[in-house]
Design a protein around this ligand. Structure first.
Ligand SMILES: Cc1ncc(COP(=O)(O)O)c(C=O)c1O
Length: 297
């Protein structure tokens, strides 16, 4: 297997019309169908790291996330495929209450370190990490959510798969890497497509800065983009009966599967904005489905 391929990858991901909503030119970029496990933004975000891994194979790969993390799940699978030991640094101790995602990653031979909230906050400090991982200098450390400047490599390919005449692309925002990579790629490819991020957590005061800090070319900030903070439903992974019902009804209506943490909030926002006339009528609009459906189990 060469490092930039994996059995079961589908490229380009499907570009599907979205019917049943009050807008004529509406599309979904089905990145959730890229791969049965490394789906959505995961493969796109990890592609840049793949180049690094190929150039200098690390002794181990280390990364961070919660007990339901799609990122840890995808990365554990990837490491298993590449035969590279993986250490998952997990916020909280789920050892007596394993989630389906954690069971999967154990089956893929990952080693798990359970971290208290306080310890988890230390994750950026090399001293602290070195005290946990003795051979740290031979390891590749991938940040939480896989969000780093390297995401541009994969997002560049995503943008190449989008039609030139797309006016608006809507995507979820959590750690900011996906949106930053898309902005960067659109800027580099001199596309006119605007980007709207839907914040899936309460990030009013810092999400914009997170995105700005993940642009590899500071000039890309001039590309038209904005984050909408109206649809986080109280915070990360917070939901409501209305949102759960929406996810169910929407999936029935459109055959696009949703989960409430990312895609549910984004499509809810889309529907709300369309019904309230908040999106221009004659534009070509697309939503990026970033996957995450494993988290729904
Ligand atoms: C399925 C899914 N969609 C969207 C996001 C948000 O992307 P980002 O963290 O790059 O903002 C995540 C988190 O990485 C995710 O797991």
């Amino acid at each position: 297997m060469t490092s930039n391929t994996l059995p079961g990858l589908t490229f380009p991901s499907p570009w599907q019309p979205l019917t049943g909503l009050p807008h004529a030119d509406l599309w979904v970029k089905r990145d959730d169908l890229i791969h049965p496990i490394i789906s959505g933004n995961k493969w796109r975000k990890l592609q840049g790291f793949m180049t690094q891994i190929r150039q200098q194979p690390p002794a181990k790969i280390i990364s961070f996330g919660g007990g339901y993390s799609n990122h840890l799940h995808a990365l554990a699978y990837l490491c298993h495929q590449l035969d590279i030991p993986f250490i998952a640094m997990v916020r909280g101790n789920y050892s007596l209450n394993m989630t389906p995602m954690l069971n999967d990653i154990l089956n893929w031979q990952a080693q798990i370190h359970w971290l208290s909230k306080l310890e988890y906050q230390q994750k950026h400090h090399e001293h602290w990490l070195a005290s946990k991982i003795p051979d740290l200098e031979r390891c590749l450390v991938i940040p939480e959510g896989g969000s780093a400047i390297t995401v541009h490599a994969g997002m560049y390919n995503l943008v190449e798969e989008l039609p030139d005449n797309l006016d608006l692309l809507i995507c979820p925002v959590a750690s900011g890497g996906t949106m930053a990579g898309i902005i960067q790629a659109l800027w580099q490819q001199q596309r006119k497509t605007r980007v709207m991020g839907i914040a899936v957590l309460k990030g009013q005061d810092y999400l914009e800065d997170l995105v700005l800090n993940l642009l590899s070319d500071a000039q890309a900030k001039h590309h038209p983009w904005q984050i909408n903070h109206d649809f986080h439903f109280g915070g990360y992974a917070k939901t409501s009966e209305e949102l759960s019902q929406f996810c169910h009804d929407f999936s029935q209506l459109t055959s696009v599967p949703l989960e409430p943490v990312y895609s549910g909030k984004v499509f809810f926002a889309l529907q709300h904005m369309l019904l309230n006339g908040a999106l221009p009528e004659h534009e070509k609009i697309a939503v990026l489905h970033t996957g995450g459906l494993q988290g729904k189990r």
